[in-house]
Design a protein around this ligand. Structure first.
Ligand code: SIN
Length: 342
């Protein structure tokens, strides 16, 4: 290390904890499935990684301590507001969110569209509770802070650091219920790697994000919540009952997770066409987990008034549709253009 580098002040990284298995605890160290997520405090979590002190000055906040299966609009709004406030401070260089793995990809994409900063924002998590033999959380946290402290991680959208890999918020998805490398970015691949203190990027994100996003958190805050958008799945034997119930309940948008290239059971497709005719926005995505949904491919989008989600999975399509509707954009061409851009 040069003399100059030795005297350079450490960057400051904010660590916002929201719960998850990374803050989970079991009765015994051999338990990796029977445990409670979201119980360990951010201070106890940070104390398990003394090496953080040589990478960054840490500013820690406990935003929540939940199992991420229970994530919802209110916490998303709180989280995005706090992140924007912290990143607007000159003394914060980057930010890490410790989260559960179950809805990590949805939160990461929500932040991708609502964080208004180019500073590094990194989401991380764990598959094994902190109490487990070979817990993966501490190393994932160390790698996440390493990434957030690195200036090369700036202006790349929201990143996910997991199992030494760096994923983009739009592409990443959970692909295993138990494995330590539980995340993948199907079709597009990882953005890079973070390992042993080194950060390596292999590609950039091309879709619009963060400071380029047209979505404004103020608009959502004024409304207090996102418009109601739900996901339904097409499958053998699908009926129209769920769609009809959602329309009766006043839902503003429906994302259908279709089979294959977003094809929809004829009965369900008729229900969705009726929903659209009654003013509900309908987005057609795929339940397959990789690939894209081609506009007017496996269903006549133009004729039915449906939007194609392209490569966005159903759960992220729900986030984008809810944000669009909150901004008053419900017309088909506008919605399709947003799905083509984000
Ligand atoms: C959660 O998502 O909060 C629980 C599961 C996990 O973090 O792996």
């Amino acid at each position: 290390m040069s003399v100059e580098a030795a005297h350079r002040p450490l960057p400051t990284v904010a660590v916002l904890a929201t719960g998850g298995t990374i803050a989970g605890e079991a009765a015994d160290a051999a338990s990796t499935a029977d445990y409670k997520a979201g119980v360990v405090s951010v201070d106890r979590l940070l104390a398990t990684v003394p090496a953080l002190g040589s990478i960054a000055r840490i500013h820690a906040e406990q935003v929540a301590n939940i199992d991420s299966k229970d994530m919802g609009d209110a916490l998303w709004i709180t989280l995005a507001r706090r992140i924007n406030a912290l990143l607007a401070q000159d003394d914060i260089d980057g930010l890490v969110i410790a989260h559960g793995t179950d809805t990590l990809e949805e939160t990461a994409y929500w932040l991708q569209l609502t964080v208004a900063s180019t500073k590094p924002v990194v989401v991380t998590a764990a598959m094994r509770p902190l109490s487990a033999l070979s817990a993966d959380g501490p190393l994932n946290l160390l790698n996440a802070v390493t990434l957030a402290a690195n200036p090369h991680a700036a202006a790349r959208g929201v990143l996910v650091a997991f199992a030494n890999q760096i994923h983009g918020a739009r592409d990443v998805t959970k692909v295993s219920t138990y494995a330590i490398d539980a995340f993948a970015s199907p079709e597009s691949g990882v953005l890079g790697w973070v390992q042993d203190g080194r950060v390596e990027f292999q590609r950039r994100v091309t879709r619009a994000h963060t400071v380029e996003s047209v979505f404004k958190l103020d608009v959502i805050e004024t409304q207090g919540a996102l418009p109601a958008v739900q996901v339904v799945v097409s499958h053998a034997g699908a009926s129209r009952a769920i769609v009809d119930a959602l329309v009766d309940a006043g839902v503003r948008g429906i994302v259908v997770a279709g089979t294959g290239n977003g094809s929809i059971h004829a009965t369900l497709q008729q229900a969705l066409a009726d929903a659209r005719a009654s003013g509900v926005a309908v987005v057609r995505s795929s339940r397959v987990g990789s690939g894209h949904v081609m506009r007017n491919g496996a269903a006549p989008d133009d004729a039915l008034g449906l939007v194609s989600a392209g490569t966005l999975n159903p759960y992220k399509a729900r986030v984008l549709l809810a944000l669009a509707l909150a901004h008053g954009w419900s017309e088909l061409a506008m919605l399709q253009s947003l799905f083509d851009q984000y």
